[in-house]
Design a protein around this ligand. Structure first.
Ligand code: FAD
Length: 367
């Protein structure tokens, strides 16, 4: 049977789109390559915009055990600058969050197929490892992974970042030590976010330049040994126990990418989430973009709007935020800017909250 819409990828973007389209009465088939619910490389900092878009879908993150995050501590060596966030964010496990959305989508009537990997676009649908999947429209929501025939980065240089994530069990009785806050730790060649995502569970998520990783021996163990010399990391994780046998890792993240109305994609193909735009992880708003893209794509499909118009609207919505986020990320890497920047922040910690505000997804009304 030809589906009206095939959605490739069951992350936040794909799951939210499946839910919205199924609620609207569309025949939807979502293909997810992983057979089981799984963790993802993500800081798991759920911004207020992402919370609002989840609430619009009827998803109660508190019910999933999300913990409030009210403070931001910027740490660089022995420097520690603390400010109240301009909103209450949440720490939440992506494995649980993404799964909850997929369950809601299935309840609404979307067909969710796990363990099915899309291998390329083809006329009239999608090729998969289980054979062809005919579809009138295709939503590309494969996250950081590009599909054959639909590479995101034509003309965009890939940078040399590697991302890692590891969950930790805080020492019993020690709480999480973070007291409702997130530590953003700048270190030579990268930065890390460390925050609680459930009672007593911490998430360490970081990006590091390939050269820096090579200097640390090219392994997670080598890098972690060096990171444990950072006071902010040693303080929280010295007594903690890693919860995964190996960290999750991802490479070559096309930060700064924003898909405009593309001539090189067929008109029935819509990009969502990281396939549409990638903001700097530092700002913790990628999930909000993924959810917003799903809302905008579902609205475009419902009104018969072509993919180009949807891509243009999404680009207008996110371009400013992505540009500012990338400037901030670059500034953290340039000692000549970082040093005076930290000096300024020490004098005026409230500037941290202003920077957080400047890198947010716009409200619906102003989108
Ligand atoms: C280091 C790092 C830290 C981050 N921290 C934060 C943060 O704290 N807060 C925040 O808001 N954002 C953060 N982000 C960004 C955020 O993780 C992403 O923007 C978000 O996950 C994008 O959602 P998505 O649905 O587009 O993709 P994903 O969540 O990656 O989902 C894609 C899905 O597609 C599936 N898939 C892939 N290929 C195929 C295929 N060929 N066929 C079928 N299925 C496929 C995958 O298995 C996956 O389930 C961070 C990103 C990085 C790299």
């Amino acid at each position: 049977m030809v589906s009206e819409t095939a959605i490739l990828g069951g992350g936040l973007a794909g799951g939210a789109a499946a839910l919205l389209l199924a609620r609207g009465g569309a025949r939807v088939r979502l293909l997810e390559r992983e057979a089981e619910p799984h963790d993802k490389v993500c800081g798991e900092f759920l911004s207020i915009e992402a919370q609002r878009d989840l609430a619009r879908l009827g998803l109660d993150t508190a019910r999933l055990g999300a913990v409030p995050i009210e403070h931001l501590r910027l740490c660089a060596g022995r420097t520690r600058i603390e400010a109240r966030l301009p909103f209450v964010a949440q720490g939440i496990s992506r494995k649980q969050l993404d799964e909850a959305l997929l369950e809601m989508a299935a309840m609404a009537g979307a067909e969710i197929e796990r363990g099915v990997r899309a291998t390329g676009l083809e006329p009239g649908g999608v090729a998969t490892n289980r054979g062809p999947c005919p579809a009138r429209r295709v939503l590309l929501a494969t996250g950081k992974h590009d599909l054959r025939g639909a590479r995101r980065t034509a003309g965009t240089a890939r940078n040399g970042y590697v991302g890692f994530k590891m969950h930790w069990q805080a020492k019993p009785g020690a709480g999480d030590g973070l007291e409702g806050g997130i530590d953003v730790i700048l270190f030579p060649g990268g930065y890390a976010g460390l925050q609680p995502i459930a009672a007593g569970v911490l998430n360490l998520c970081l990006i590091v330049r390939r050269e820096r990783l090579a200097e640390a021996g090219g392994t997670w163990e080598g890098l972690l040994t060096e990171l444990m010399r950072e006071p902010a990391i040693a303080r929280r994780l010295g007594d903690a126990r890693p919860l995964f046998a190996q960290p999750l890792a991802v490479a070559d993240l096309p930060y700064g990418y924003v898909c405009g109305p593309r001539a090189d994609l067929p008109g029935h193909v819509f990009r969502l989430g990281d396939q549409a735009a990638m903001t700097a992880s530092l700002t913790g708003d990628g999930m909000a973009i993924a959810l917003r893209s799903a809302h905008l794509a579902a609205a475009a499909l419902a009104s018969g709007e072509p993919a180009g118009a949807y891509h243009a609207r999404l680009a207008r919505t996110v371009s400013g935020q992505v540009r500012r986020a990338m400037l901030l990320q670059r500034a953290t890497e340039m000692p000549a800017l970082l040093r005076p920047g930290l000096g300024l922040l020490r004098l005026w910690p409230g500037l941290l909250a202003r920077l957080a505000e400047a890198t947010r997804l716009p409200h619906w009304q102003s989108a």
